[in-house]
Ligand binder design. Structure first.
Ligand code: SAM
Ligand code: SF4
Length: 352
């Protein structure tokens, strides 16, 4: 495998042998999975510095010329939808609201891929102000990240005192009628004691709360299996205050297992990304902010599409490069193996 410089990063460049690949239109991989759910990171910048994601000083800036433009993003999503079977696109980052031209990205994407639902994963800061333009540009759904409703704990975990701004973003999304409104919380030992309060808040706020096991994708590299808060431990904590009735998955490709919160209309989800890997059913394909295909969160090999986009390649040639990249997707994250190595990019540089 060779390497390529992408902005400040030196990442392995995928060299995928596609000789045995079936003549299949979609993004099939060797294990028979299809990439249908596209995550597009649009920036490395962020208004928070969550300890499980970003370094305190933020990620090294991607030179502006290396970031995909709205037209380039739209072209790629259009190719994905038309030629490769993409059924949904989610914009992420970094913090996607840090891109002043986010509404332009959405509008261009809607035009290039009219039938594809567009979602946003955001920390919610500034969403109240930006939402009207984003909705007008075609935004269909949002997921908002919130780990605790304790202001001090929030400030410590995100290294910013911005809880009120996040809550304002969530309220705006709910008032705009965005449904389902999902709130994602990363399970951290320091906020485990706040989990029941967070669920009580979510029941009250009528949002779908989903806890996510922390993955070894923090820029500081301090994740350890020993300190992981897993689904079982969370269920024990929530069980002291709520009666939870298992529902299962609402759809087989969804990573979240759901529980009904007895006596309420609410459900709570757990995404056990570490202890109950859903790699076998993974239907994701990712584009980094610089326009490289990343077939797996944990696979560092990337296929840059920007040189093709900017070098006059046809849609068919770009689709082909994307298909080849996905054919090389690894079987799973491999965290259970003693040889497991964290990827070079942290979560904020990939897009969750
Ligand atoms: N800034 C936006 C946000 O926070 O929602 C979008 C980007 S963020 C990288 C996407 C998602 O990844 C968030 O829900 C965040 O909580 C989650 N995330 C970040 N680091 C993680 C980690 N180490 N393990 C599990 N989830 C993580
Ligand atoms: Fe920013 Fe989202 Fe990472 Fe938190 S999880 S630092 S909000 S990119």
């Amino acid at each position: 495998m060779t390497a390529v410089n992408i902005g400040n990063l030196r990442v392995p460049r995928a060299r995928v042998d596609t000789a045995d690949r079936p003549d299949e239109a979609g993004l099939i991989d060797r294990f028979g999975r299809f990439g249908r759910d596209l995550r597009v990171s649009v920036t490395e910048k962020c208004s928070l510095r969550c300890t499980y994601c970003m370094p305190e000083e933020g990620l090294p800036a991607i030179p502006r010329r290396d970031l995909l433009t709205p037209a380039e993003i739209a072209r790629l999503v259009g190719i994905g939808a038309r030629d490769l079977g993409i059924r949904e696109v989610r914009f992420t980052g970094g913090e996607p609201l840090m891109r002043a031209d986010l509404a332009e990205i959405l509008a261009a994407t809607r035009e290039a891929a009219p039938g594809v639902p567009m979602a946003l994963t955001t920390n919610g800061i500034g969403l109240d102000r930006r939402l009207p333009a984003l909705l007008a540009a075609g935004l269909d759904r949002v997921n908002i990240s919130l780990d605790t409703v304790d202001r001090e704990h929030f400030a410590r975990l995100t290294r910013r005192d911005r809880l009120d701004a996040v809550l304002a973003g969530i309220a705006a999304a709910r008032d705009a009628g965005l449904e389902p409104l999902k709130v994602n919380a990363v399970l951290m030992r320091e906020t485990l004691g706040d989990a029941a309060d967070l669920l009580a808040w979510a029941v009250d706020a009528r949002v779908h709360l989903r806890f996510i096991e922390q993955m070894p994708l923090d820029a500081d590299g301090v994740w350890s299996r020993e300190s992981l808060v897993d689904a079982a431990e969370l269920l024990a904590v929530l069980g002291t205050r709520f009666r939870l009735e298992p529902i299962g998955r609402d759809d087989p490709s969804s990573p979240a297992e759901l529980w009904q919160v007895a006596g309420t209309a609410a459900t709570v989800g757990i995404i056990a990304s570490v202890t109950r890997s859903f790699c076998r059913d993974c239907d994701r394909t990712r584009l980094t902010a610089e326009g490289s295909v990343r077939s797996c969160l944990f696979g560092d090999d990337e296929t840059p599409l920007a040189p093709l986009l900017r070098g006059g390649a046809t849609d068919a040639a770009i689709a082909d490069a994307w298909r080849a990249a996905m054919w090389g997707k690894q079987a799973g994250h491999g965290m259970e193996r003693p040889t497991f190595q964290r990827p070079a990019r942290s979560m904020g540089a990939i897009g969750g």
